[in-house]
Ligand binder design. Structure first.
Ligand SMILES: [Zn+2]
Length: 380
């Protein structure tokens, strides 16, 4: 048993400041070590917030268009002469009140209209990479939605050129490895997805996987069986959003029809015990996005999220930020939110970080290196 299994934390949110209460269990006794505003020194060092910041993390569920912060949106709108129906970045932020997935998507697609040139896609990805580096993200598998741009006349080459260059620079400058996931919009047809895929094939060596996103309701994964089969023939890895707003049946379809090796969201799997058994038996990872789930009313409050149930069911759960510019937090804020809601122990936080690398499409040697680092962090 590591030292940290004997530590319990209780996070208390006071204004915007994190106020941890640390209790140290020794010989069956529970002692309060020290409590102070703004942080506390732990045996092993630092507050929960610091510990989360020090955890190496892989981000596996992130839409690059969802990282467009209002300030950058305004900058791009100005240089590209695109009219925005807002007067200021503050006004944009005020508009980010959503009642469900669709109400978010309406605003999200409006924001993408400022992205016109390869430089815009580069700047967008670069802004995310700087943030990811600050938050100790070591590896990112990132969705992009070509159809949201090609529909507006933007060449697919400009999208991929800009993103690919930024992620290559991110590897050089920050040491963050990455993979791009070409994601199909499920509210459009299977034929449209196939056409997009064919248009992207000349750039096949610059993306590593395909995904499925956008409005889930009434758009079952089976619509996309053919294009996913085609992608697998190309040796691409396959993931799909399912079981966020859609029923558990959509998760079955993602597994059986699309042969997805990872499920994005998947939180509604808990309604189907046979599905939970399968996800556990096959160790299919779920890329869970807690702040997104609350913002889009999948759960009415973070305390009512089913993360604890998913973990107790023995599933490979990972924590991710989805569309952080719109949902009020990047990956560390998501970790902190679930820690505060569920009193996650240091071991559980390490498990979540470990799962993210287990679930990543990385070579085993790279995963082993990170697992060793996590073990060292947990026992320091
Ligand atoms: Zn998503």
């Amino acid at each position: 048993m590591s030292f940290f299994r004997r530590i319990e934390w209780k996070g208390v949110k006071k204004s915007d400041e994190f106020l941890p209460v640390v209790r140290h269990r020794l010989g069956g006794r529970l002692d309060l070590i020290r409590t102070q505003a703004g942080g506390v020194s732990l045996p092993g060092g630092g507050s929960v917030k610091d510990f989360i910041a020090r955890l190496p993390k892989a981000e596996l569920h992130l839409h690059i268009e969802g990282t467009l912060e209002p300030e950058l949106m305004f900058e791009m709108a100005s240089r590209n002469r695109v009219h925005l129906p807002y007067q200021s970045p503050e006004q944009v932020r005020k508009a980010y009140e959503f009642s469900d997935l669709q109400s978010f998507l309406d605003i999200y697609y409006q924001g993408t209209r400022v992205l016109l040139h390869d430089r815009d896609f580069y700047d967008l990805a670069w802004a995310y990479l700087k943030k990811a580096h600050e938050q100790n993200v070591r590896h990112a598998e990132v969705f992009f939605d070509p159809q949201a741009h090609t529909e507006r006349g933007i060449p697919i080459r400009a999208i991929i050129d800009g993103l690919d260059q930024a992620f290559q620079d991110g590897k050089r400058q920050f040491g963050i490895s990455s993979k791009l996931i070409l994601s199909f919009l499920r509210h459009l047809s299977g034929d449209h997805a196939m056409k997009t895929f064919q248009d992207a094939l000349p750039f096949r060596n610059r993306f590593a996987g395909v995904g499925l996103d956008s409005s889930e309701r009434d758009h079952p994964p089976e619509k996309f069986t053919s294009v996913f089969a085609r992608a697998r023939e190309e040796g691409l890895f396959v993931v799909a959003h399912a079981g966020e707003e859609g029923p558990p049946d959509y998760v079955w379809q993602a597994l059986d029809a699309l042969r997805a090796s990872r499920i994005d969201h998947g939180v509604r799997c808990i309604e189907d015990p046979a599905l939970v058994d399968r996800l556990r038996a096959e160790r299919v990872p779920l890329t869970v996005c807690p702040l997104s789930n609350v913002k889009l009313r999948v759960f009415d409050a973070i305390e009512n999220h089913n993360l604890r149930q998913l973990l107790s069911a023995g599933l490979c759960v990972t924590i991710n930020s989805d569309d952080p510019a719109y949902f009020g937090g990047y990956i560390n804020e998501n970790f902190l939110a679930v820690h505060e809601a569920f009193d996650l122990t240091k071991d559980e936080l390490c498990t979540l970080a470990r799962n993210s690398f287990e679930a990543a499409f990385l070579p085993d040697s790279e995963k082993t290196r990170i697992f060793d680092e996590l073990d060292e962090l947990a026992s320091s």
